[in-house]
Design a protein around this ligand. Structure first.
Ligand code: NI
Length: 186
């Protein structure tokens, strides 16, 4: 089922998410819905707050970008109860976008390497290191689990420039090919 994506300004996007219990009901359905919602919006990552949930879950599928890097082809992953325990390496500044902030793209500086602990879709535990673009996408989605959005991480001057666009997005006044849920629409 395709779910509406909550837009910038909605308070659920500012919540620090909680670990889910291992007997979380209908987890498989939730994960399927998250992937379907993400694919429909042509995104490569989605975090649970973006569909209005305060659960510590994110999904990623980099296969649409496999032309850029063949290792993206099978990079379809679920991160449940995710916790980044280390960030290191050089910082790189690369343009990002977000399904909750349509039409805005800004350069964001992030570390090159992360170490993350999480459960996969079968609730098996992992402790892994990721680098480069994979680490970037994981960090972007992980920030959503901490109530952080990428526009928080850009320089103040850039934020001032996009302020009026952000105000419009908060009101749902934005062109979007997918179902959205701005703050004003109950
Ligand atoms: Ni995002």
């Amino acid at each position: 089922m395709i779910l509406p994506i909550f837009l910038y300004g909605h308070p659920v996007l500012r919540k620090v998410t909680k670990d889910i219990p291992l007997d979380y009901p209908n987890l498989k359905t939730l994960l399927d819905n998250m992937f379907e919602t993400m694919y429909n919006a042509e995104g490569v990552g989605l975090a649970a707050p973006q569909i209005g949930l305060e659960d510590r879950i994110l999904v990623i599928d980099l296969s649409p970008l496999a032309d850029e890097d063949p290792s993206f082809m099978h990079f379809k992953k679920v991160f449940i109860n995710a916790h980044i325990i280390e960030k290191e390496g050089e910082e790189a500044s690369i343009e990002e976008g977000c399904l909750s902030i349509p039409t805005i793209h800004e350069k964001v500086s992030r570390k090159n390497s992360i170490r993350i602990r999480y459960l996969d879709e079968n609730l098996q535990p992992h402790d892994e290191v990721y680098e480069g673009y994979k680490a970037r996408v994981i960090q972007h989605e992980y920030d959503h689990l901490e109530g952080i959005m990428f526009v928080d991480l850009i320089p103040g001057i850039r934020k001032q420039i996009i302020r009026s666009k952000l105000n419009k997005i908060m009101k749902g006044d934005v062109n979007c090919s997918y179902k959205i849920k701005p703050l004003s629409r109950k």
